[in-house]
Ligand binder design. Structure first.
Ligand code: COA
Length: 185
C-alpha cells in the first residue's frame, strides 16, 4: 500500500485525512465501499446510476471494479478521515503495452455527509500521487454533462478533450453528454 497523509479540517476540527493506495479489499472494506457508493448515488451523485438505488443494485458493479483491483491491473484510492472510509476512486490501467503510460479514473466520490469540505480535492491529490508512483504520465476521466461536476475537475487542472453527445441516458428524453477530461501529471 502507498499512502499520502495530511491534516485537513473537518467539522471545525483538525482531522487526520489520508488517501492510500489499496490493492486488496477485504469484506469489511467492501461493505464500506458499497454503503458509500449507494449513499452517493441516492444523494444524486453521478457515479454510474440514477437514484434511487439499493446496495443490491450497486454490488455487482462494485465487484466488477474490485475484480480489476484484485487482478493487479487497477488500484483503489481510499479516502479516510480519522480512519473511517469517507470516499474513494479507482485508477484503471490498461493491459495494452501501448497504453501503459496513462490510466483512467473511475467512480470518484466523497460520502454526502462529507462533501463540500475540501475532501474531494484531497482525494484527487492522492489519486495523482498514486498515478505518479505507477509511472503514469496523464489521467483521463469522464464527467456527466449537466451536473456541473466537470468544474470540480477543471479546478484541479483537467482540460476538456471532447465530448460524446448524448452518450448518457439518465431518463426518457434526458440524454447527457459524456465530457472527456485529461490531466497531465
Ligand atoms: C465531486 C465530489 C467528489 C467533490 O468532492 P467535494 O469534497 O464535495 O469537493 P471539495 O470540497 O474538495 O471541492 C473542491 C472545489 O471543487 C468545487 N466543486 C466541488 N463539487 C463541485 C461540483 N459538483 N460542481 C462544481 N464545483 C464543484 C468546490 O466548490 C471547490 O471549489 P474551490 O476550489 O473554489 O474551493 C463530490 O461532491 C461527490 O462525491 N459528488 C458525487 C459523486 C460524483 O458526482 N462524482 C463525480 C463523478 S465524475
Amino acid at each position: 500500500m502507498r499512502g499520502a497523509r495530511q491534516a485537513g479540517r473537518h467539522d471545525g476540527d483538525v482531522s487526520d485525512v489520508e488517501v492510500r493506495a489499496v490493492t486488496a479489499v477485504d469484506d469489511a472494506l467492501r461493505a464500506e465501499l458499497l454503503a458509500c457508493w449507494t449513499d452517493v448515488n441516492n444523494a444524486g451523485g453521478a457515479v454510474g446510476f440514477v437514484p434511487p438505488v439499493t446496495a443490491a443494485d450497486v454490488a455487482p458493479v462494485l465487484d466488477r471494479l474490485l475484480a480489476g483491483v484484485t487482478s493487479g491491473r487497477d488500484v483503489l484510492a481510499l479516502l479516510t478521515v480519522d480512519g473511517a472510509t469517507a470516499g474513494f476512486a479507482c485508477l484503471v490501467g490498461s493491459s495494452s503495452p501501448l497504453r501503459r503510460h496513462w490510466g483512467r479514473v473511475l467512480r470518484v466520490q466523497v460520502h454526502p455527509s462529507r462533501q463540500g469540505q475540501g475532501l474531494g480535492r484531497m482525494l484527487m491529490a492522492g489519486v495523482h500521487d498514486i498515478a505518479c508512483s505507477l509511472g503514469w504520465e496523464f489521467l483521463q476521466l469522464t464527467a456527466r454533462g449537466g451536473t456541473g461536476v466537470d468544474a470540480f475537475y477543471r479546478r484541479l487542472g483537467y482540460a476538456e478533450h471532447g465530448r460524446l453527445p448524448g452518450a448518457i441516458r439518465v431518463g426518457a428524453g434526458d440524454d447527457r453528454d459524456e465530457i472527456i477530461l485529461v490531466r497531465r501529471l
